[in-house]
Design a protein around this ligand. Structure first.
Ligand code: NDP
Ligand code: HSE
Length: 427
């Protein structure tokens, strides 16, 4: 029997998927029973660099999701609409879904999975987080025996590529590095999603939901991107023994904390050596301890690998039990988690302050920090330029609220010029 696939989108990931499906020999035997029936795109005239019968292309995407001959719809157009409506339409037609679209899943997962459960079809999302890394199946199946306590990851390839290049080549411009990430196919259509942390927020919402068993409201996740991280901070962090990474963290720490922010990671931590587009995710659980998964987090081949793995799982499941969905492949969450606000969290902080080069500045800073119980680990006055002294502070673990209160008071000190950077350290 042959299984018919409709692919929505033939860009970076869609092309990678088509390449695998057109060359099945030597891969899982199931792929020899899969046929690309239709492909939906925006422009019918683009050269896609693959040999597919032009007659299967259409710019009418509804025709793909309503085609009675199609068993599985692979959604790779990205964005919210029309992706959401097309996925829901396909589900209503009884089709199984594979998608790499973390943006739509993080916002409309509730609607999509409820519809899929009612219709008895699968919605598979391995490619939505971590590119080629099998983190979704790991959380859904392989680590099912564990009580998960934390998921910590570098889950945006574009920002890791940018931060790694800033670290290796401090004189390259941010715009130049981002343009390269876009040319390599890593960045989202609107790279703001990468740079400002939205993409990582969508992904950690999905991972937290799988790890902690409840749905997550995106607006409860604290998010900071990497625009304010400068080459100076990358260099200062290195001098202190840290690497700056955009981390997505979900942990059960007297309540559920979920946040995305640039983070100083100790150089000997497994995540510190993850460079370029590589992603890595550590999962801590009881009784497993800590598991680290790493691999290409974006790009044509890696992402297509995850998409096709989902397709293989669906075909295998419907071959064996067409009417009885495998519950390990579904979503059984019904409630929303309560996520702790960032204001009640604690962390170590790195601060870079610029002060007028006056006597007593360090004393004034120390007094303000002390007043709000912000205990300091390191305070260094290192560089002087244009009449300003650069002061680097690393705190001990302190309350976010106390730190912010202290910083408000410090900003009003006559000797203070500015506080260009406030970053957190990995707990
Ligand atoms: P691309 O921008 O490269 O490709 C998008 C494809 O969708 C194009 O073929 C485009 O058609 C088609 N398309 C977009 N909007 C429409 C529309 N309204 N109507 C018809 N066709 C449309 O995206 P990617 O392949 O990079 O990403 C696809 C998905 O995979 C996204 O959800 C992304 O977040 C996700 N993803 C991407 C990764 C990557 O490394 N690129 C990694 C992991 C996930 P046309 O070609 O005619 O313009
Ligand atoms: N833009 C995303 C990234 C693609 O850079 O990680 C992979 O999801």
């Amino acid at each position: 029997m042959s299984y018919k696939v409709g692919i929505l989108g033939m860009g970076t990931v869609g092309t990678g998927v088509a390449k695998i499906l057109l060359d099945p020999v030597g891969r899982h035997a199931i792929l020899q029973s899969v046929e690309i029936k239709r492909v939906g795109v925006r422009s019918l005239n683009k050269d896609r660099g693959i040999i597919l019968d032009p007659s299967i292309f259409t710019d009418d995407l509804e025709a793909v999701v309503t085609d009675p001959n199609i068993d599985v719809v692979i959604e790779l157009i990205g964005g919210i609409e029309p992706a959401r409506s097309l996925i829901l339409q396909a589900i209503a037609q009884g089709k199984h879904i594979v998608t790499a679209n973390k943006a739509v899943l993080a916002r409309y997962g509730d609607e999509i999975f409820t519809a899929a459960t009612a219709k008895g079809v699968y919605v598979m999302l391995e490619a939505a987080v971590g590119g080629g890394i099998p983190i979704i199946q790991t959380l859904k199946q392989a680590l099912g025996a564990n009580k998960i306590t934390a998921v910590t990851g570098i889950i945006n390839g574009t920002t890791n590529y940018i931060l790694s290049r800033m670290s290796a080549n401090p004189h390259e411009s941010f715009a130049e590095i981002l343009a390269d990430a876009q040319a390599l196919g890593y960045a989202e259509a609107d790279p703001t999603a990468d740079v400002d942390g939205y993409d990582a927020t969508d992904k950690i919402a999905i991972l937290a939901s799988l790890a902690f068993g409840d749905r997550i409201k995106l607006e409860q996740i604290y998010r900071e991107g990497i625009r304010h991280v400068t080459s100076t901070d990358v260099a200062r962090a290195a001098e202190l023994g840290y690497v700056i990474k955009l981390l997505a963290i979900a942990r059960n720490h007297e309540g559920l904390e979920i946040r995305v922010h640039p983070t100083l990671v100790p150089k000997d931590h497994p995540l510190a050596s993850i460079n370029g587009v590589t992603n890595a995710i550590t999962v801590a659980g009881d009784p497993i301890g800590e598991v680290v998964l790493s691999g290409a987090g974006a790009g044509m081949g890696a992402t297509a690998s995850a998409v096709v793995a989902d397709l293989i799982n669906i075909v295998a499941a419907i071959q064996v039990q067409p009417q009885r969905p495998n519950q390990l492949m579904g979503c059984s969450h019904h409630h929303y988690a309560t996520v702790k606000p960032i204001t009640v969290s604690t962390s170590q902080y790195y601060l870079r302050l610029l002060a007028y080069d006056h006597a007593g500045v360090i004393g004034d800073l120390g007094n303000c920090f002390g007043k709000y119980e912000v205990n300091l680990e390191t305070i260094l006055q290192k560089h002087h330029h244009q009449g300003l002294a650069e002061i680097i502070v690393v705190t001990k673990v302190v309350s976010e609220l106390n730190l912010q209160t202290a910083l408000t008071e410090i900003r009003s000190l006559a000797a203070l010029h500015s506080i260009p950077t406030v970053l957190r350290l990995l707990a």
